[in-house]
Design a protein around this ligand. Structure first.
Ligand code: PMP
Length: 502
């Protein structure tokens, strides 16, 4: 990464951050401001060093309250969960409680969902096998006592039948879960979560290390039903009916969970429609597959509601939260798990030394206070600022149709896709596009020439991300407009010297 940044001429060290501004020092030691549209890759919903969040962290540290007091009563954790449950109730109109498991990063909160879903599946399988074992013994006794007869088939006696059923069930029960995710998804880079991240460069080197994922085409959620057909597996059970033993099939829980973002972040800022969400939810409910909505980037208010999934009416079995939850100061992550699915035993199965630390909890409570203040002014502000930014970006697409393709996203989670320049006349622009570096080249130019910081999304490098804080000002928006007009004009002229030097 350092080499890449140096190559692009943007390996700056930032010495101060405030709101949407980062500062580096020039040769004379003077601060040079940069407007930050990368927003900590989505973590800075409240900007850099939000004064109330900083004051909370400072006062917590000065108070002498312990940061690490694991395995004790931690009422602040309960308060965070109570507030989030209020938000869930309000946004989804449900009364069902959600339990919470705290962790340290986005990827870890995804792995918590992954582990809990598997833990739940294993307990379900154990329950099913226990039930079947009882039925099998009842059938065996009935046949031995002469009260029932064996079904027609290959088995010479009841023990042979029982052995065959037990052996078949053992094979099915040992199957790893099938996981589902949408094409284009990004769910982290740890051993388990990276398999849910569609980008092959991140995922495939580690494919042998974790359960495999079937990717559902982004705009064809109806494919889930077909996958379910292909993956269907059954356990065998023995039923006694009118003096006969019958072998019957029981559906086996094949699926671990389906993971999705409602607005794909690293996949290029792509929104799932309400209709697609409905199809996914129905298909998953039909096959007993829990839905994990990853709100790590889209959540915490930046789209105009706390949960980006709430305006499209998608209620999840699990929500993963991180990034903005720590207010840009702490590494707070949380997995919310729907009451009807939560397995209390899990609390002991997954834990981490640093999770649920006192400082993070105090900061997160303050973040929730700031977001929820004045009846949710922060959400309204995100929507209003986002609309303004969207209008600006749309007007640029209209003005430079040969350079810009489209604007996507919602609120302050926006992506601007550039047209593919793989066949451009200018050789260096063409080569950059062919090497998947075009978005980085434009980002570097924006920083060098206009003191604007943004980056392409991780897996769709022709799309620049715009994820500023809710405190975005009109001046900051105007500066972006001037900078993007300049970029578009130069790209339209194939002025590659501007981007690469003479
Ligand atoms: N899920 C989503 C939707 C994300 O955007 C990200 C980070 N870009 C992650 C998971 C992983 O989070 P972290 O980088 O904190 O592990």
């Amino acid at each position: 990464m350092q080499n890449l940044l140096a190559l692009l001429g943007i390996d700056v060290e930032y010495v101060r951050g405030e709101g949407n501004t980062l500062y580096f020092l020039d040769e004379a030691g003077r601060e040079v401001p940069v407007i930050d549209y990368a927003g900590g890759y989505g973590a800075l919903v409240l900007g850099h060093n939000h004064p109330e969040v900083v004051a909370t962290a400072e006062s917590f540290l000065r108070s002498g309250n312990p940061v690490l007091a694991q395995a004790s009563r931690q009422p602040a954790a309960g308060r965070v969960l109570a507030r989030l449950n209020e938000i869930v109730r309000r946004e989804f109109g449900t009364t069902e409680p959600y339990y919470g498991v705290f962790s340290n990063s986005g990827a870890e909160s995804v792995e918590v969902a992954l582990k809990h879903a598997e833990f739940d599946r294993q307990l379900t399988v154990r329950g099913l096998l226990g039930e079947i074992a009882e039925h099998v013994e009842r059938a065996r006794e009935a046949v031995r006592s002469g009260a029932a007869t064996l079904p027609d088939g290959p088995d010479v006696d009841v023990d042979a039948l029982v052995d065959r059923v037990t052996a078949a069930n053992a094979v099915v029960a040992a199957r790893p879960p099938v996981l589902l995710a949408l094409e284009g998804s990004f769910h982290g880079k740890l051993v388990g979560s990276v398999q849910l991240t569609h980008n092959a460069a991140y995922r495939t080197p580690f494919a042998s290390m974790a359960a495999q994922v079937r990717f559902v085409p982004f705009d064809q959620p109806e494919a889930i039903a077909k996958i379910a057909e292909e993956e269907r597996a059954v356990l065998l059970d023995l039923r006694l009916e009118d003096g006969h033993v019958r072998v019957v099939e029981r559906d086996f829980p094949v699926f671990g969970a389906l993971f999705m973002e409602v607005i794909q972040g690293e996949g290029g800022i792509r929104e799932v429609t309400a209709e697609q969400a409905r199809t996914i939810r129905q298909a998953c409910t039909a096959i007993g597959c829990p839905v994990v909505v990853d709100e790590i980037q889209s959540g915490m208010g930046r789209t105009g509601a706390f949960f980006a999934s709430s305006p499209i009416g998608l209620q999840a079995d699990y929500y993963t939260l991180a990034k903005g939850l720590g207010g840009g100061i702490t590494k707070t992550a949380l997995t919310l798990i729907r009451g009807q699915r939560f397995r209390p035993e899990f609390d002991l199965v997954h834990s981490s030394t640093f999770a649920k630390d006192g400082l993070s909890l105090a900061v997160t409570l303050k973040v929730l206070d700031v977001l929820e203040a004045e009846g949710g002014q922060a959400y309204r502000q995100a929507a209003e600022r986002g609309d303004r930014l969207t209008r600006l970006l749309r007007s640029l697409v209209a003005a430079y149709p040969q350079v810009l393709k489209e604007v996507r996203g919602k609120g302050l989670m926006l992506g601007l896709e550039f047209r593919d320049l793989s066949d451009a006349a200018a050789p260096r622009l063409r080569e950059a596009a062919r090497a998947d570096m075009f978005g980085y080249v434009v980002s570097a130019y924006l920083l060098r020439a206009h003191r604007i910081r943004t980056f392409p999304t991780a897996s769709a490098v022709n799309t620049l991300r715009f994820e500023p804080s809710i405190y975005l000002t009109d001046e900051e928006t105007a500066a972006l407009e001037a900078a993007l007009r300049d970029v578009c004009a130069r790209l339209g002229d194939q002025d590659e010297e501007a981007f690469f030097g003479p």
